[in-house]
Design a protein around this ligand. Structure first.
Ligand SMILES: Cc1cc2nc3c(=O)[nH]c(=O)nc-3n(C[C@H](O)[C@H](O)[C@H](O)COP(=O)(O)OP(=O)(O)OC[C@H]3O[C@@H](n4cnc5c(N)ncnc54)[C@H](O)[C@@H]3O)c2cc1C
Length: 436
């Protein structure tokens, strides 16, 4: 296949953000080289993305963007065994301890393990014109100066090589070293904002039987006042992927008995029923997520020829399942910016991407601040928003219209302001009105 443009783009990291970026860049550059530290000998979890062993819900906003870039993506994942379901019908949601009323939302839940999502995305991206993947190659430094990045130093088996590029895109995730690399060149570095949540995850797989969960495909029990929550989704090979989570140092154990005991303390019994009746299939795995972090590239004077995307820009508390969808939203912004040209690309990209990131960041950090142990400034706006969201949760238990709007906002398909529309706000604030 012939390539879409001229020049060479390098993408660092072959995760979700990296692969989606490579797909978009292939429309505008003749060659796109993806540099990845890991190898892909098997399609299972790999070292560079330890979070891939835990439940990964793909918000519908993310799924539809991926579908736009790779038509047929959902169908292909489904053909490989990942079930799909109407978000509030095939799945169960518990908010503030009670079940959200089942109703049509227009949203599709795609239930797959993260390795399956990645492998479909990788195969499709590598079929795009001009895209090449170099594995077992680690990015070590950027080349250039404070005004322009012109390439990257990569190391394979400790042999370093300089590779020139017209554009370098950092998609190396939360642990991105690009702030250090930029500093080493005398370029501006982004200021970091952090929210400490000391979240612990533990995940296990179980054999699914058709009676489990009355035949439904997933259950999400959001964290209650005790900071504990969890999810179980039916994934490929007819397994339950079960993840339990605890905030602020209260982390779930992975051993079967400890896992089941922890599951008994979350706000609804559905997950506990699964883990105490189904056959365990593995030894389980923990993960510690200490803080959400946002790097304010949009406020620094970024050099030309370099961009960061995905978790390298913003890593969200995973409880809200926003990371992959926001990475996809940023890549969509990148596509729009490239359509106008490459002049002033970083400034235009970061400004537009920041608007997308803002929405999810405010939703998730605002939610984290409901927990008194989370350190952060609780402005009047945050307190008011959390009180309003609490009222929306209560309304969503009985009112299909609120349930639908709430889910669409949580899936980043509608803006948070959708919950403030007069017809919705009146039903949230005046229970009598919704009963009528
Ligand atoms: C426990 C947990 C659960 C989560 N659950 C969800 C969820 O339910 N839904 C959701 O949407 N998001 C979830 N997330 C967030 C999601 O995993 C991330 O948002 C997403 O992976 C970001 O993608 P990325 O491509 O930016 O980074 P990553 O997926 O982290 O990919 C980075 C890539 O860069 C490579 N790399 C790193 N350094 C180098 C280097 N120097 N040279 C070359 N390659 C390098 C890595 O090997 C990796 O392949 C969760 C996160 C955690 C921690």
């Amino acid at each position: 296949m012939s390539a879409g443009g001229t020049g060479h783009a390098i993408v660092l990291g072959a995760g979700i953000a990296g692969m989606l970026s490579a797909r978009v860049l292939s429309e505008y550059f003749e060659r796109v080289t993806v540099i990845e530290r890991d190898t892909f000998d098997a399609d299972g979890p790999r070292r560079g993305v330890p979070q891939a062993r835990h439940l990964h819900g793909l918000l519908d906003r993310g799924r539809t963007i991926i579908e736009e870039l790779h038509p047929g993506f959902t169908e292909e994942a489904a053909a490989l065994g990942a079930p799909t379901a109407e978000a509030l019908i095939g799945t169960r949601w518990y908010l503030s301890g009670l079940r959200v009323t089942p109703t049509e939302t227009g949203l599709t839940s795609l239930m797959a393990t993260r390795p399956l999502l990645e492998s479909v995305l990788r195969r499709r991206t590598l079929a795009a014109p001009g895209v090449e993947l170099r594995t077992a190659a680690a990015a070590r430094a950027l080349i250039g100066d404070a005004r322009r990045i012109t390439g990257v130093v990569i190391a394979r088996e400790e042999v370093e090589q300089a590779v020139a590029a017209d554009l370098v895109v950092d998609a190396t995730g939360k642990a991105s070293r690009s702030p250090d690399w930029l500093r080493a060149l005398g370029a501006a570095t982004p200021r970091e904002e952090r929210v400490d949540v000391d979240l612990g995850y533990a995940s296990r797989f179980y054999r699914r039987t058709p009676e489990d969960l009355d035949g439904q495909s997933s259950v999400i029990i959001s964290t209650g006042p005790n900071g504990r929550g969890g999810g179980a989704i039916r994934v490929e090979d007819d397994r339950w992927h079960v993840t339990l989570a605890g905030m602020l140092g209260d982390h779930p154990p992975v051993d079967p008995a400890g896992f089941a005991d922890f599951a008994a303390t979350i706000a609804a019994p559905d997950i506990h029923r699964i883990v105490t009746s189904a056959e365990p299939l593995d030894d389980g795995v923990p993960h510690r997520f200490r803080h959400a972090v946002r790097r304010r590239f949009e406020r620094s004077h970024a050099p030309e020829g370099f961009l960061a995307v995905g978790d390298a820009v913003c890593s969200f508390n995973p409880l809200y399942a926003q990371g992959m969808a926001v990475a996809a939203q940023q890549v969509r912004v990148l596509r729009d910016c490239l359509a106008v040209g490459t002049v002033d690309l970083p400034a235009r990209f970061y400004a537009a991407a920041a608007r997308v990131v803002d929405v999810a960041w405010q939703m998730s950090t605002g939610s984290d601040l409901r927990y008194p142990g989370v350190v952060g400034h609780r402005t009047a706006r945050v307190r008011l928003t959390n009180a309003y969201v609490g009222a929306a949760h209560r309304a969503a238990h009985t009112d299909p219209r609120i349930a639908r709007t709430f889910l669409r906002v949580a899936n980043l398909v509608e803006p948070p302001a959708a919950l403030l529309r007069p017809a919705i706000a009146s039903r949230i604030l005046l229970p009598g009105r919704r009963n009528r």
